[in-house]
Design a protein around this ligand. Structure first.
Ligand code: ARG
Length: 457
């Protein structure tokens, strides 16, 4: 396929250099956006009497035919083309002749690629947002089921205070909700049309940038043509939002890996989302969660690479920018793949509440409640804290829990103690009383579920 740029260059380009320069392998996926942009451009050129209505009609009809042929498989993107803009324009010109050569009036590949990328990523945000919503709704459903399944809450991975599996899962729903918000925010800022900035310095033609932007669903147009063709902030913002999605998925994955281990056994992953070992017949491995945890590094890498590509670039367009698409596309592909398996993995796992309860019973996670009980009897918290610590030490020595320690042992420490302490340190009671806003009591978790469902409803 001939170049679009054989103006000054007369010698032939080296074959390896030509391939090095090519971006078709990456940008072929923006063919729909490139065609849609070209259709709008032709319409605008005709509306402004820059080309004739007949030429515009011929261009639009031909581009529509190209799209139909691509969809039907009658036409495939030429892998030898330099990029998708070259492919579309040359296929158009081959088919329609003279009018095709008029399409690139008042346009450059510099504003064209910026336009296509923004439009393409707009669609990707929709898809990823949909996948995030599915994960959020799954977390809500599972949390509802597990809102009374008491388990230890951890700090430093040490058993700390009682929570429920439902409360724990809702923490992830909150993270995913923020992720959704970040993607939506970035998409809103991205929805500014660069078309009409041309190569860098606008044009002498009487174009209507607003019309073209409106035809393509943009909220506004770039106010400065140099910025319009050089801005890749949106790629960085999206990659950062996607990196946080992965941060959250990696934390959830890590917990699923722990929880499904023999050491915890709080959950059993469905066979559909785990694998076996080729040598150890007893093994069931949480590969999907591990891969998700591992792929987090890839997405962070995409973000870091994007920032580094842009660092120190002079205005306006530089070929360095061609690297942007491979990175941001990879970030979206990776996140979508992870979300696609993570949501049903959470949706299909089996809870093992007996084991959660066993773990909750063993870790003195009601020690704070015992201290609080003493505070209720008038003891200053710091004194109660110290006394409870001594009681825990005594329990550890005897190999019993606080619930099993006889009343005499309590009374030997303080005569404030009476039978009612046992009711106060009962794990279920400890949980039911944690009704503070945002807390783990089932009614509070229900409120959280309702809140999240309302946010995305
Ligand atoms: N393939 C290029 C890219 O992805 C399109 C813009 C090329 N512009 C140019 N002046 N060579 O960035």
């Amino acid at each position: 396929m001939p170049k679009l740029w054989s103006g000054l260059a007369s010698g032939a380009i080296d074959e390896a250099a030509e391939d090095f320069n090519r971006s078709i392998r990456v940008d072929a996926r923006m063919v729909r956006e490139d065609i849609a942009g070209s259709v709008a451009h032709a319409k605008m050129l005709a509306a402004q009497s820059i080309i004739s209505p007949q030429d515009a009609e011929a261009i639009v009809a031909c581009l529509t035919g190209i799209l139909a042929d691509l969809d039907a498989g009658a036409l495939t993107v030429d892998p030898e083309a330099e990029d998708i803009h070259t492919f579309v324009e040359q296929t158009l010109t081959e088919r329609v002749g003279e009018p095709g050569k008029r399409l690139h009036t008042a346009r450059s590949r510099n504003d064209q690629v910026a336009l296509d990328t923004r439009m393409y990523l707009r669609g990707r945000v929709e898809t990823t947002g949909g996948l995030l919503k599915k994960l959020i709704l799954t977390l809500c459903d599972r949390a509802e089921e597990a809102k009374a399944m008491v388990m230890p809450g951890y700090t430093h991975l040490q058993r700390a205070q009682p929570v429920t599996m439902g409360h724990h899962l809702m923490a992830y729903a909150m993270m995913a909700l923020r992720d959704l918000g970040r993607l939506t925010d970035a998409s809103r800022r991205m929805n500014v049309s660069p078309i009409g900035c041309c190569a860098l310095a606008g044009t002498t033609y009487d174009t209507d940038r607003q019309m073209e932007a409106a035809l393509l669903g943009f909220d506004s147009v770039a106010e400065n043509s140099l910025d319009g063709v050089s801005d890749r902030d949106f790629c960085v913002e999206l990659a950062a939002a996607l990196s946080l999605v992965m941060t959250h998925l990696s934390r959830l994955s890590e917990e699923l890996i722990l929880w499904s281990s023999w050491e915890f056994k709080f959950v059993r992953l469905s066979d559909a989302y785990s694998t076996g070992s080729s040598i150890m017949p007893q093994k069931k491995n949480p590969d999907m969660a591990e891969l998700t945890r591992g792929k987090t590094g890839r997405v962070y890498g995409d973000l870091m690479a994007l920032l580094t590509v842009l660092k120190g670039l002079p205005l306006a367009y530089n070929k360095d920018m061609q690297e942007d698409k491979e990175l941001i596309f990879d970030a979206f592909d990776t996140v979508d793949a992870c979300l696609t398996v993570c949501a049903p993995m959470v949706g299909t796992m089996t809870f093992i509440p007996e084991n959660m309860r066993k773990a909750a019973a063993a870790g003195f996670i009601n020690a704070t409640d015992l201290a609080d009980w003493l505070v209720g009897r008038g003891m200053p918290f710091r004194t109660a804290y110290k006394l409870t610590g001594e009681l825990v030490a005594a329990c550890t020595q005897k190999g019993v829990t606080l619930e099993e320690l006889p009343l005499e042992a309590y009374r030997a420490k303080s005569d404030l103690f009476d039978e009612s302490l046992y009711e106060a340190i009962n794990i279920d009671n400890c949980l039911l009383r944690r009704t503070s806003y945002g807390g783990p009591a089932p009614e509070s978790v229900e409120r959280q579920i309702e809140y999240v469902r309302r946010q995305i409803g």
